[in-house]
Design a protein around this ligand. Sequence first.
Ligand code: GLN
Length: 475
Amino acid sequence: MDKFTSIQDYHHFLASNADGCSIAVQYYLSRIEAHSQLNAYLEVFAAEALERARSLDGERKSGVTMGKLHGVIVALKDVISYKDHTLTGGSRILSGFKAIYHATVVEKLLAEGAIIIGRNNCDEFAMGSTNENSAYGKVLNARDLTRVPGGSSGGSAVAVQAGLCMISLGSDTGGSVRQPADFCGIIGLKPGYGRISRYGLIAYASSFDQIGIFGQTVPDVARVLEVISGPDEFDSTVARSAAGIGPGRDNHSRKYRIAYFKEGLAHPGLDPEMRDTILGRLGDWASAGHTVQAIDFELFDYIVPTYYVLTTAEASSNLARFDGVRYGYRTGGQDLDLTEFYKRTRSEGFGREVKRRILLGTFVLSAGYYDAYFTKAQQVRRLLVEHTNLIFKDFDILVLPTSPSTAFRIGEKMKDPIAMYLADIYTVYANLTGIPGISLPLFTHTNGMPFGIQAMTSRFNELSLLQFSHQMMQQ
Ligand code: GLN
């Protein structure tokens, strides 16, 4: 098999190769093997994937119509339930746990013919920006092995970056799909809140979490979104209408009204070369007939603190279920009373970052501080949503960097959690407001690393976001 370029090209290849799916699976299995030092996969479902490929090849031979993702080789972040397969969330506390049902996205992928090839490494319970918080070791950025791939969906990003699958799914609570996509030079889409069912996704912060898609091209990502989005009786927060996005519905000539936050591009933490490159590209877009305007966003500095108050609060509640009784790991101590048993199991089973967030979340929800932190942060979130709605009355697209720098060196930020949190400045906004965002890999820094531009639209406007992205990736 030749290098993968797009699902459409792959489907052309299948049309003239009776054993095409089997050939593709073998090709990916050997690449995964050859790149095992990247640690992108926690487990590879080799025998199963081959068997499924053979059965799909058989279906084509007998004339069965191909599904939209027929034979497409997909990897899953290890927070998405795949029935009867291990599911750890990158945590020791879930070691040995097997999913007992399919996530809705998995049902939908399989129904359209996808082949699931393995599960990807990630930061523990999706908390982190470098993949260094995984209980199963760090993931290396294939572009530079001394750098992180980003996080928390680092393994899923590297799996696409290094050609170890065609598509992968991650989760994005505060940037965990867009930021690793940016660090790895691929496309990462976080759909708007309520676009994709979260049923079967391990919850981190339920009012922020959204499953996202990594791919090499915008049409591929659009096709996967079309398959996995839509209403679901198991998740009442999902919108009833399907995304209405399909290949062939692109709009190449549309002129967009594009805004960016002055405070965002002027931020002292932003790498100056990245700032100049992004501003340069915005200038090109203006010359091409789009409207590009800098707007004030005085709430900018409140974004990161609001995110960390609210997500840690939700996480402290969501993670209470990991008690050593119902799932995975339990302490080996004998004759413990119940409280001691919980304490030991959770102390041994959770890593440092997860413990830090449970403690923070418990603190902001405690009776004495609830109003000062949690209520206040909820009020700021409301203001952010209101301001955002106003922005999208006048503009189609909002643009920001995805990350203030290119991929960090391994270990660089691990000693300073605050510095790590502050690097989420550009991504958490879309999760706070529920809007869709995408990271587009447009540039290479003089340090050799990729970076891009993040684009966002109003809620439930993924169609415009993908059309815009497609247009900008063609130039
Ligand atoms: N880096 C962010 C955090 O640590 C984002 C995580 C995510 O999106 N899952 O919370």
